[in-house]
Write a protein that binds this ligand. Structure first.
Ligand SMILES: [Ca+2]
Ligand SMILES: [Ca+2]
Ligand SMILES: [Ca+2]
Ligand SMILES: [Ca+2]
Length: 539
């Protein structure tokens, strides 16, 4: 029954399969099921039952309507060589699920497909447990993830990955693989993964030599020897992991680029029994504006000849704040480059960690440089220079200007609010408003004078703050009134360009906008009055 029946497909094709499921002609051969190949553009709606491997041929477009339920029989797959446009809606998601209790389906795989989309889809009960280490060895590959993308581009928006492979307490099925180095289908694979939820599963996103944008996603309850975002190999551009929330997994690391110069920006990473972020092997990753707390082993690990740049991160309440070392694993299957970790740390706060920073030599005696190497400037490190522990004769610390050891005055560490206090104004995320404190944190305006402060709202002090919110609109306000509140683009002049910006957002009802000059949550006449006061201001 699973073999492809050309005659049936041609008949289906002749009728231009665009009908509610089950498809009438497919019923003749396969009962209520859809099976074989789609060789004509097709739209699915209602309830569809898939069995075996359903193939979307090259050049064929499969559309799936909002609210469609795709019931996958035991071991069923959807293999897309053409294009899949599964556009659910928030109120009418598309559900890819199993046909019967107790069975699992195999996979949605894209192979040299046309640009495809999964939006508002729920993906569950796929048989997707397995180890990404399987892909380290040369030879044929079997991808185990629920969604595998080979040499294709797929946008995934507002999707939910859950119950992989089932709802049991130790289920650790993996969600997504984006693969550019498949031996049979090599070629750039890319994905934009936005607003998705990864709930109590194994690995979330795995890449090999692939660009991904992972943005505004929520990862929680992860299980097993899996990382939420596991990136392997370089790509152009490098992966961008931005504004995600990683919360309370039970095990393992949250973000782990290996030999991958990923850009990791604006994430909240909290509650791991291992590391928050692991930066591994020969690569040059960058971390900016991340808040990392409650990671038992370390907030950030830099390993095996990785050279990392850490700017404006807050790392707090972790076993170690930052850890530079050689993990080993030089042989197969990992084959990591021997060597310590190297990091340049600027505008960061590391606080309330039993060991703020540790550097360890590599135990590999065959390499020229066995040291871990750290450069620190404009940082607030608990214990100051003594907060850096160095073990081994080869590791080095370069302690530069602007560092301090001063209580950062977090707003509410018990409530995990790590904005720093200010008499001039502090953003209160729960209240979504600005509040004033009785103390002002020394982290305000303490950043590298050359760092870009211009996204901070006035009064910004014309200098970036330390920590995760420094250099962002959520930066705590300065006691200095340098600059002008009407200089909306921070170019040291109030002119027609600022007026245009004010006009563009006129009556906009939103917070954290420079145009909302009185910071009351709406851009309107009182803001224009303040703007007019400073019209033609120039520094
Ligand atoms: Ca896994
Ligand atoms: Ca500032
Ligand atoms: Ca301006
Ligand atoms: Ca206003």
């Amino acid at each position: 029954m699973r073999t492809f029946n050309l005659t049936i497909c041609l008949i289906i094709s002749a009728l231009r399969l665009a009908m509610p499921c089950p498809a009438a002609l497919a019923q003749a051969a396969y009962g209520d099921d859809i099976a074989g190949e789609l060789i004509q553009d097709t739209t699915w709606t209602g309830t569809c039952v898939l069995q075996g491997t359903v193939v979307v041929r090259p050049g064929v477009v499969l559309k799936i309507e909002p609210g469609t339920i795709v019931l996958m029989k035991d071991g069923a797959s959807l293999a897309v060589y053409g294009q899949l446009l599964a556009d659910g809606a928030e109120s009418e998601p598309i559900r890819f699920t199993h046909h019967d209790d107790g069975v699992t389906w195999r996979q949605i795989v894209f192979v040299e497909a046309d640009d495809s989309r999964l939006a508002h889809c729920i993906i569950e009960y796929a048989d997707s447990e397995g180890a990404h280490q399987d892909y380290y060895e040369a030879g044929p590959r079997t991808y185990h993830e629920a969604v595998a993308v080979l040499a294709s581009h797929v946008d995934m928006e507002s999707c939910i990955f859950q119950n992989l492979p089932d709802e049991s307490a130790n289920a650790e099925g993996d969600a997504i693989a984006i693969i550019s180095d498949d031996p049979d289908h090599p070629g750039d694979a890319t994905a934009n993964i936005r607003g998705c939820r990864f709930s109590s599963i194994g690995q979330g996103v795995h890449t090999r030599y692939s660009y991904v944008l992972v943005e505004d996603c929520f990862f929680t309850g992860k299980r097993g020897d899996n990382d939420d975002v596991d990136l392997w190999g370089e790509s152009t551009p490098p992966p961008l992991i931005r504004n995600n929330l990683f919360l309370n997994p039970e095990h393992d690391d949250m973000i782990n680029p290996t030999r991958c110069s990923a850009v990791i920006v604006g994430n909240v990473i909290a509650g791991s029994d291992d590391h928050g972020v692991v930066l591994r092997d020969r690569c040059f990753p960058v971390m900016i504006n991340n808040l990392i707390y409650d990671c038992r082993n370390a907030g950030v690990a830099v390993e095996n000849s990785c050279e990392a740049l850490l700017v404006n991160n807050t790392i707090v309440d972790c076993g170690r704040g930052l850890r530079l070392f050689d993990l080993g694993r030089w042989g197969p299957p990992y084959r990591l480059t021997p060597g310590g970790g190297t990091a340049t740390v600027v505008n960061c706060v590391i606080w309330d960690c039993p060991q703020p920073i540790t550097l360890t030599d590599s135990s590999n005696t065959d390499i020229e440089d066995r040291g871990s190497h750290l450069t620190v400037r404009y940082c607030d490190i608990e214990g100051g220079r003594d907060g850096v522990s160095i073990s081994g004769a080869h590791s080095t610390l370069t302690w530069q200007e602007g560092n301090m050891d001063a209580a950062p005055h977090f707003a509410g560490p018990d409530a995990r609010d790590y904005h720093v206090r200010s008499e001039a104004g502090r953003w209160a995320p729960r209240a979504q408003s600005w509040v004033r404190d009785r103390v002002t944190s020394p982290c305000i305006d303490a950043g590298d004078p050359n760092a870009n402060w211009t996204a901070e709202l006035w009064p910004h002090g014309r200098r970036t703050n330390l920590g995760a919110f420094g250099g962002t609109p959520q930066a705590s306000m300065s006691l200095s009134i340098a600059g002008s509140p009407a200089d909306l683009n921070s170019d040291d002049a109030v002119d027609a360009e600022d007026l245009r910006m004010l006009g563009d957002l006129w009556l906009k009802d939103d917070v954290l906008l420079a145009e909302d000059i009185n910071r009351d949550g709406v851009v309107n006449l009182p803001d224009f009055a303040l703007f007019a006061d400073d019209w033609r201001w120039e520094r």
